[in-house]
Design a protein around this ligand. Sequence first.
Ligand SMILES: [Zn+2]
Length: 252
Amino acid sequence: MADAPVVDILMYHSISDAAGATSIRPEVFSAQMKAIAEAGIPVISLDALVESRRMGALLPPRSIIITFDDAYQDFADTAWPILKQHGFGAMVYVPTDHVGRAESWDGANKPPRRIMDWATVRRLAEEGVEFGSHSVTHSDLTMLADDTLSIELNVSKAEIEDQLGRTIHHFAPPYGMSNDHVVSMAAGIYRTAVGTQLGQVRSADNLNDLPRIEMFYYTSIGRWKAHLSGDGAGYLRKRRFWRTVRRYVPGL
Ligand SMILES: [Zn+2]
């Protein structure tokens, strides 16, 4: 029997020369995208993943979904032109209270980065970029009472829908912080949510707690090409192990 399809959901934040683990240099991003094109692995949408589950539609043996958290202006300026060169789509998760301003949430970069304004979001949506919610305020949702959590999940969705005139089906929790309660609340509102897990999506994975691939681990193009060619499983396992250890051993 053939192996079940595997989907890599790539996680990006900023594409810029800024320091820090949430920033990838434009030339590295460009090389990562070129490697996907050369490997011939199709870039699909989250909607296609949902459809494959609902309708039993066939996915290719391997495919890729490209996502960006925080909706930074550098997505519009730098990432999207590179994606367009390859004909790749992308999902951008928007923290709605921060649109058109500089990021100001806990742990924001210094200096703060600008978030796209609504005019830019609307223009990109017309060009084919997909948008999802990244909450209203960019808070750790696991710390909130239910009424506040409900506002974070529902109001962000409604605001993006108002701006774009289309239904928003996808969610990413800020900081990747989630738990069973957040997952189940979001599952009543959104078709998919990405979660805290590092890894590749397989057919048994919950659409409301999808694993992603942290692209900062793949700034070495050789390592990224190895992953794309199917030789990267050992490396991913090791990263997942250390990430779990760090979660339980604070300060490591
Ligand atoms: Zn974020």
